[in-house]
Design a binder for this molecule. Structure first.
Ligand code: CDV
Length: 310
């Protein structure tokens, strides 16, 4: 048995004028609760330091850049790193990252994994950016991730940490089955992901009542079909007039939800996660080496599937 007690630390809404220090204070409270409940790893949401700013359109780059972090840790987040280290607890944190690469300014929707010693051991930049790049005033609110971020280009390779192989993903990534399979083929035993998901989806409002169902559907399928643990953590509740779903959860490799949030506010759920349970699935129905037929799936990774169809 290789057991890790994991905490999913859901956050309620963060107001537009709420300082990062306040969000960090809320996260530290959840972290302390998690440590008291035996957790060694705590997962926070996507863009956990601020309100979900892509809901507003602006052409003022300075206004946008103010939502981003240029250093991590920084003055606002260092207390979280220090408290986690003193408690011996690691964490996943989502935030907006501004970095300079080869003299060019880059903007990413990023998640980091921090070990129990307070060191960043993995950085992941969101690969699947939903939404749009231009102002679409017909929407009740915007979703401008394609304007404010550029997509990450990393594979879904796990890092060996906390006694298992852990991969990171962010929000919209969870809807894409390929990411779980890619991570699993690379050896991942657990996928951590934070999300901000509005109840209202402007391009297809007829699906609004299905948001919670789709949230669990994709993560449970990803867990079961790849024999992995999945930890999905929301920023939830009514944030600046926009309702965000909650239902953060911890999902076993069998696809069963073993812990589930029941509020739309700051809430911690925990579960003991035995990495060895991945074998229940991966040595059996989804034994990749025995049963997969990759030669019959070439379109899955083709840039232009029509060029390969025959
Ligand atoms: N933050 C997100 O990536 N949200 C998307 C919404 C816009 C559909 C999601 O997949 O939940």
């Amino acid at each position: 048995m290789r057991e890790l007690v994991v905490g999913a630390a859901q956050l309620g809404p963060i107001a537009r004028d709420e300082p990062r220090e306040s969000a960090v204070g809320r996260m530290i409270a959840l972290l302390e609760d998690a440590a008291a409940r035996g957790c060694r790893l705590v997962v926070f949401p996507e863009l956990a330091l601020t309100t979900f700013f892509p809901r507003w359109y602006t052409e003022d780059q300075a206004e946008i850049d103010a939502w981003f972090e240029t250093d991590m840790p920084n003055a606002a987040t260092r207390p979280l790193f220090e408290r986690a280290k003193s408690l011996g607890v690691g964490f996943y944190l989502g935030y907006a990252e501004l970095t300079i690469e080869d003299g060019r300014t880059r903007h990413y929707n990023t998640a980091i994994l921090v070990n129990a010693g307070g060191r960043i051991i993995k950085r992941y930049r969101k690969v699947h950016l939903p939404g749009h790049a231009e102002n679409e005033p017909w929407r009740a609110f915007q979703h401008l991730e394609k304007r404010y971020f550029e997509p990450g280009e990393s594979f879904f390779e796990p890092v060996n940490a906390f006694g298992g192989e852990i991969a990171l993903a962010i929000c919209n990534d969870r809807r894409w089955p390929e990411i779980y399979r890619e991570a699993a083929l690379r050896g991942a035993e657990m996928v951590l992901l934070g999300y901000n998901t509005p109840v209202h989806y402007p391009p297809a409002p007829e699906h609004d009542h299905l948001q919670g169902f789709h949230n669990h559907l994709v993560m449970q399928a990803g867990a079961y079909q790849n024999g992995m643990w999945v930890v999905g953590v929301a920023k939830a509740g009514r944030e600046e007039g926009c309702d965000l779903i909650g239902e953060s959860c911890i999902i076993a490799p069998t696809g069963e939800i073993v812990a589930l949030c029941s509020t739309l506010g700051d809430e911690l759920i925990t579960a003991p996660c035995d990495f060895d349970r991945c074998a229940e699935i991966r040595s059996n129905v989804f034994n990749f080496a025995l049963h997969r037929r990759p030669q019959l799936y070439p379109l899955l990774s083709a840039d232009d599937p029509s060029s390969l169809q025959g």
